[in-house]
Design a protein around this ligand. Structure first.
Ligand code: G4P
Length: 524
């Protein structure tokens, strides 16, 4: 048993976060530098080489390899300066799926990477929306300062305008691209000079921005510019507010260059200081605090086994309270039944298999032969409660699907049902013909669906991809009257609630204009 003080210390040490960005902004590079600092990898370049094994989406073996990687790198756990850090991967590119969104509901904070040349890009916007809706603290790392990029003030403005969050630069760049000299830390009044050699630099303390060392190293023009910018930030910029940071209303911004690890150690130190440790979570019985003795957690992701010969899956459990111990008994809220979380059922990304104990903020992988569903709550006592269902996220790609052979109908429905429980697809039926429509967040999910239906349920699928891009639940008594087959299509979700599928933004706006009194919802 872990005593209360021990549990509190373990909680205080933990930081569980996800990194969000648009592809190519530098997520892999930054993650790798963090793992390097934590001593998880001995040289950098290893994570990248796995990633650069790009796959053709039609080649399933390659997709599977990719998914294999994503199982083992789904959670990266390491220790650094007395902290235990869990980084949760948010797959991007073709892999972008509901899991990417749901992972954000299992973290205590988020790091957003922005490419200095590109600013806020589309995928970042989508992910940011989920983060801000849940009031999760967000830290910004503006990357690639060694390359010619946009003006720093312009980037801050864009963060504020596009994302609607106040920004507070913790440091400020001296020059950009070819003239990039380093960063000035506004709090420590220290300068870190950019130097591409070595991975762990110490900042140089300066008396103030008039310090002659600064001019000597960075040159008069850049120092003048720095003085002007800092004055502007001090006078007209946001005031730092810990409270706003913790509620996700203000983001501290750091400039750096992940590729040379420049600014990364400083960023990590500030992050560990400011980022929250595991938070309490609302349940049906009120708030559950992490240091409560009773163990609790929820399943936020289910990953199918890579080996089609086994139906086993891995369910990812985020611990909310208490201590997880190997072999312990827990109750599944949905069924009320008890389970033994025994040896062999455990899978922990850092130590591959043998976790004796885990604490709030940690992610434990449970081997699953169909027991768990996304959003399930597990409690270490008979008096169960629920953390509530996890929201579903709007799919952006749709297809009508059916079994090629009518004989396979039963297997087809079973497969569709199970894959939807895993959260891999959303399932609807058309209003008149009762055809099955599936919706996914990322296109790769179609291919995975097709492959798994064949591999696990022995059903060949007939696919008709649809031109629709948005799904909205509608609240109206006679949804059939609202169908305009050119612009939208009526389907029903699994609880028989009406959903309209729209072909594009224009069709969605058109509908809103014509029917201002009908509420449209992105998620239920
Ligand atoms: P991602 O995971 O967000 O998709 O991005 P990733 O880290 O793979 O980085 C995308 C590209 O940007 C890579 O180059 C990477 O080397 C580069 N990069 C990352 N951080 C920095 C930085 O601070 N400065 C500069 N100049 N480049 C950076 P690539 O050419 O696509 O890949 P590779 O050929 O280098 O492997």
């Amino acid at each position: 048993m872990t005593n209360h003080k021990e549990l509190q210390e373990e909680i205080k040490k933990r930081r569980t976060f996800a990194i969000i960005s648009h592809p190519d902004a530098g997520k892999t590079t930054l993650t790798e530098k963090l793992l390097f600092l934590g001593g998880q990898i001995r040289s950098t370049g290893t994570v990248k080489s796995r990633k650069s094994a790009k796959y053709a989406t039609s080649d399933w073996m390659e997709i599977e390899k990719q998914r294999g990687i994503s199982v083992t790198s789904s959670v990266m756990n390491f220790n650094y300066k007395g902290h235990t850090i869990n980084i949760l991967d948010t797959p991007g590119h073709e892999d972008f799926s509901e899991d990417t969104y749901r992972t954000l509901l299992a973290v205590d904070s988020v790091v957003m990477i922005i490419d200095a040349a590109k600013g806020v890009e589309s995928q970042t916007k989508k992910l940011f929306k989920v983060v801000s809706e849940h009031g999760i603290p967000i830290f910004t790392f503006i990357n690639k300062m060694d390359r010619q990029g946009r003006e720093p003030l312009e980037l801050l403005e864009e963060i504020e305008d596009v994302l609607g969050i106040e920004s507070y630069p913790m440091n400020w760049p001296i020059g950009i691209g070819q003239s990039f000299q380093g960063v000035y830390d506004r709090h420590q009044k220290a300068v870190e000079f950019y130097d591409t050699e070595g991975d762990n630099k110490q900042a140089m303390q300066i008396s103030d921005l008039e310090d002659p060392v600064l001019k000597e190293k960075a040159g008069e023009d850049l120092v003048n510019q720095l003085q002007e910018d800092v004055l502007l930030l001090d006078e007209a910029g946001a005031t730092y507010s810990e409270e706003d940071l913790q509620s996700g209303k203000q983001t501290p911004v750091f400039f750096g260059s992940a590729i040379s690890s420049f600014g990364v150690p400083t960023f990590l130190n500030h992050f560990l200081d400011l980022a929250p440790s595991p938070a309490p979570r609302e349940s049906s019985e009120g708030e559950v605090k992490p240091d409560e003795e009773t163990f609790s957690g929820f399943i936020f992701k289910i990953q199918a086994n890579m080996n089609p010969a086994h139906r086993d899956r891995v369910a990812f459990l985020r611990i909310v309270s208490g201590t997880f111990e190997k072999g312990m008994e827990a109750w599944l809220e949905r069924t009320g039944k008890s389970l033994k979380l025994s040896q062999g059922q455990l899978f922990f990304a850092s130590s591959r298999g043998n976790v004796e104990k885990a604490y709030p903020g940690d992610i434990v992988g449970l081997y699953d032969s169909g027991t768990y569903q996304i959003g399930d709550t597990l409690v270490g006592s008979k008096n169960v409660y629920s953390f509530g269902a996890l929201p579903t996220f709007p799919p952006e790609h749709f297809a009508k699907v059916r079994a090629q052979k009518a004989m396979k109908q039963k297997h087809f429905y079973k497969g569709v049902q199970q894959l939807s429980e895993e959260g891999a697809i959303q399932v609807y039926r058309t209003a008149h013909w009762d055809e099955i429509v599936i919706g996914v967040v990322g296109r790769l999910q179609f291919e995975i669906f097709e492959y798994r239906m064949k591999g696990e349920y022995n059903v060949d699928i007939q696919f008709d991809t649809m031109p629709h891009q948005h799904a909205r639940w509608i609240e109206t008594d006679n949804p059939e009257d609202k169908v305009d087959s050119i612009r939208n299509m009526l389907v029903y979700d699994q609880l028989k609630r009406p959903v309209l599928l729209f072909q594009n933004d224009f069709a969605l706006r058109w509908f809103k204009d014509k029917n201002p009194d009908i509420p449209l919802r992105e998620s239920r």
